[in-house]
Design a protein around this ligand. Structure first.
Ligand SMILES: [Ca+2]
Ligand SMILES: [Ca+2]
Length: 176
């Protein structure tokens, strides 16, 4: 589920899109600009998800997205979208639970059934028992950030970590 950042030459169409998204011409994209732009692109995200997408790509940690960071965000979204299309076998624009399990396995995300159901239900906000592309991208961002945050608490990759209340709140504040 990670977007790939090959450092390829930038796409002039992507730069044109970035400039059109950057309404106040600050050379950076803030959460409101991102929310509006993704909505225009048909991706309906809550502000929290837009903020999470910014946090996970904000390499210089200034709270906004410059063009380099934007390219990596774009790559992430496109790679998640490609996996959505691949697993939406009946092409109805939604992933059901079985399709989602396969998609996660391909991305080497292994959750037990209780955790899988909890994650699925938290992103199936309209209780349709399926995930739309927007839901799926939001979930992929959450899982990618969860994995990154977990690995900070499991530096030797034992598969387990210990949290106290402070470190748990620290981790959760990055993910909300
Ligand atoms: Ca801006
Ligand atoms: Ca930044």
């Amino acid at each position: 589920m990670q977007g790939d950042n090959g450092g390829a030459a930038s796409d002039p169409r992507l730069k044109a899109w970035f400039d059109s998204v950057d309404l106040d011409k600050s050379n950076s994209i803030d959460v409101k600009e991102l929310h509006r732009a993704l909505g225009l692109a048909g991706l309906e995200f809550g502000m929290n998800t837009c903020a999470l997408l910014i946090r996970m790509h904000d390499t210089d940690r200034n709270g906004t997205i410059n063009f380099d960071e934007f390219q990596r965000m774009h790559n992430f979204i496109m790679s998640v979208r490609a996996s959505f299309v691949q697993f939406d076998r009946d092409r109805n624009g939604f992933l059901d639970r079985e399709e989602l399990i396969q998609a996660l396995q391909l991305n080497r995300v292994y959750l037990d059934r209780q955790a899988f159901d909890a994650v699925f239900e938290s992103f199936d906000i309209y209780k349709r028992n399926t995930l739309s592309l927007s839901d799926y991208i939001a979930m992929a961002a959450f899982l990618t950030c969860s994995r990154n945050m977990f690995s900070r608490f499991d530096p030797y990759k034992t598969g387990a970590a210990t949290f106290n209340f402070s470190t748990f709140c620290f981790a959760m504040s990055y993910l909300r």
